[in-house]
Ligand binder design. Sequence first.
Ligand SMILES: *Cc1c(COP(=O)(O)O)cnc(C)c1O
Length: 449
Amino acid sequence: MSNQDWLQRSRQHVWHPCTQMKRHETLPIVPIARAEGVWLEDFEGRRYLDAVSSWWVNLFGHGNPRIKQAIKDQLDQVEHVILAGFTHRPVIELSERLCALSGLDHAFYASDGASATEIALKMSFHYWKNVGRPEKCRFISLDNSYHGETAGALAVTDVPLFSATYAPLLKPGVRVPSPDVRQARPGQSAADVARQALRSLENVLAKKAGEMAAIIVEPLVQGAAGMAMYDPVYLTELRRLCDQYQIHLIADEIAVGFGRTGTLFACEQAGITPDFLCLSKGITGGFLPLSCVLTSAAIYQAFYHDEVTRGFLHSHSYTGNALACSAALAVLDIFADEDIIARNRELAATFSAILAPLAERADVRHFRHTGMIWAFDVDSPRADFAQAFFSAMLKHGCLVRPIGKTVYFMPPYILQPEEMTQLFQATTQVLDELSQQNDVLTGPVTALP
Ligand SMILES: *Cc1c(COP(=O)(O)O)cnc(C)c1O
């Protein structure tokens, strides 16, 4: 069957995510037949460099042999078993290792990132209720935050394109300024911007901490907002404020965990431990859906009681799925055995050098980089920039999905320098092509990550 047949059938019965389906009357869906390493291949043999790690999940390439083998081995033992009242080797070992790596003590599982956010929010509220402070039931989040799209998570998400429609369903929280370094005025450092944002937060806490359960943040990089990056001092001081004003700190490392920012967890760069750490995306190397919320012994103890309803009665059918946990264990093995964090540091320096000329372009603003993420904003008059750039890059054999006018690269850690050069050259050509086209399309600016 050809690409055309598959995309027709997909259009008939698959409702694709984050998509106005009518757009696919003209914009082709790309059917993928196979994938290996950083490359996706369609049914006609065309190849695409996966520069977004398939929505930020794929760490070590498609079909990574070690992760594949771990899942195969587990498949011969036990594929899945109810986790209420039962347990198994992969979930025990994974919990031990994640706790040791994060400095936290207990691991609660779900299958996707949004569920991890829901769990952290519910646990935080329930903790305060269990310790006799039920009035602490609201949440603080940052401007331009993204924490997932189920109702609880969407309430702490500030991407109007995703949340505005559902506003009547969402319990409003309190929003505080983001420490996004792009706001720096001349002479201001990243740390200055962070301290300014902290002052606004402290004003809110001074008045309202008594009714607040927690603040939720994406440590170091706000991904879906368009890779907004900020100084670690924000997190260091945030930890101090949370302790001072007695609210929980929820670190949503769903996108930035597992080496994305240059350390295994982004919080390490600020020297802090959150009260709740949400993990997903890279946790299985992009093979199987799994998410996890790690928390402290102190919080766990507030639920540990003779009374059933003081326990955390939340559940998902696939909680702690054995195949997914075995994939996650293989991911941790790869980090340890191949010294990925140190290797990535060298790789990132090479990639930054390859991409450096982009920063010099007249149409590029705020070229920025943290760990294994590179991003820049394009000064383009086109309302359809994201769509046009995506489509043109696809013709050059690259999968890149701009968010509004922000172009970012978030490649698997196995990308080779030659492949980054290919991506750089395609990007340069496409930016040139788009700036030369006069048929500027107008219409609403869409910012789909
Ligand atoms: C992707 C993401 C989520 C949601 O994860 P899903 O698996 O898509 O539900 C939550 N928070 C952050 C920071 C994310 O990037």
